[in-house]
Ligand binder design. Structure first.
Ligand code: ATP
Length: 270
């Protein structure tokens, strides 16, 4: 595998308007945007800007979307990597990938580094078995800690990370100057589900009988990703019926299909 594939670099155009609901999360995370836009203001006041933020929440709640939107709002590059990509069989590979990642960011100046599934590399050290790659993982984590401690505040690099298992993280990661901020990204409530459905219905033609509030009421426990999937399935239903307009039946059928898919996935995990 080449390095280029492991570290994805992009210049997102995503913004907070692409994220429905979650006003509290937007507010908390907008400080990062502010810092990236004016790092000098923090330096002038002798203030340390945010360095690492961990987003905690179940799968599909928009953590990646939030990270991308922060980069989009601040108009800075977005470098992303999945925690599991660091974990390799060969000792030293993970650590050198961490080094590459931060080198890439430093080259670009103010930027967002996003580490998805940080628990894959940032799990507690020293616990569990010493079998297979544990030392490798420790080295990788140590390198990550060293990079977080080492980068200069004026570089304007902020590291965002996501996990759904915050209690599994090594406490060293959460110390001041590292990932010292946590933002919870929970499943959406009913009003937020309606708003997420509306975001994904943008650009689609809805029939007069479509009631997104009713769909929101009928989808407790659905994540943003599930709802995006639901709207797309509904549009596919319309295509199958040779219509360009989505009707309520398309959404109802799509809801059942997404529910079934979720059940099958969770059965497969058992
Ligand atoms: P995972 O933990 O599985 O990586 P995640 O929390 O990073 O999931 P995303 O990949 O960001 O979730 O979300 C998946 C998709 O769900 C998004 O690309 C978007 O289409 C949709 N989505 C999630 N939350 C929202 C939201 N609040 N508003 C609009 N769309 C949303």
């Amino acid at each position: 595998r080449s390095r280029a594939k492991i570290i994805e670099a992009e210049r997102p155009t995503t913004g907070f308007t692409d994220i429905a609901g979650y006003d509290g999360v937007k507010q908390e995370i907008s400080e990062v945007v502010d810092f990236l836009r004016n790092p000098g203001r923090y330096a002038a006041a002798g203030a340390k800007g945010p360095r690492g933020v961990i987003m905690v929440g179940p799968p599909g709640t928009g953590k990646t979307l939030f990270a991308r939107a922060v980069a989009g709002e601040a108009d800075v590059p977005f470098l992303s990597v999945t925690g599991s990509a660091f974990v390799e069989m060969f000792v030293g590979v993970g650590a050198s990938r961490v080094r590459d990642l931060f080198d890439e960011a430093r080259k670009r100046g103010p930027s967002i580094i996003f580490i998805d599934e940080i628990d894959a590399v940032g799990g507690r050290r020293g616990g569990g078995t010493r079998l297979g790659g544990n030392d490798e993982r420790e080295q990788t984590l140590n390198q990550l800690l060293a990079e977080m401690d080492g980068f200069d505040q004026s570089s304007g690099i902020v590291v965002l990370a996501a996990t759904n298992r915050p209690d599994a993280l090594d406490p060293a990661l959460l110390r001041p100057g590292r990932f010292d901020r946590q933002v919870t990204v929970p499943l959406p409530n009913q009003a937020e589900r309606a708003a997420i459905l509306a975001v994904h219905a943008r650009g689609k033609t809805l029939g007069p009988g479509v009631d997104l509030d009713a769909v929101a009421r009928g989808t407790p426990g659905f994540s943003g990703a599930d709802l995006a999937n639901l709207v797309n399935e509904a549009a596919i239903n319309a295509v199958r019926a040779d219509r360009a307009t989505l009707v309520q039946g398309d959404l109802d059928t799509a809801r059942d299909r997404v529910l079934l898919g979720r059940r099958e996935t969770s059965n497969a995990l058992l």
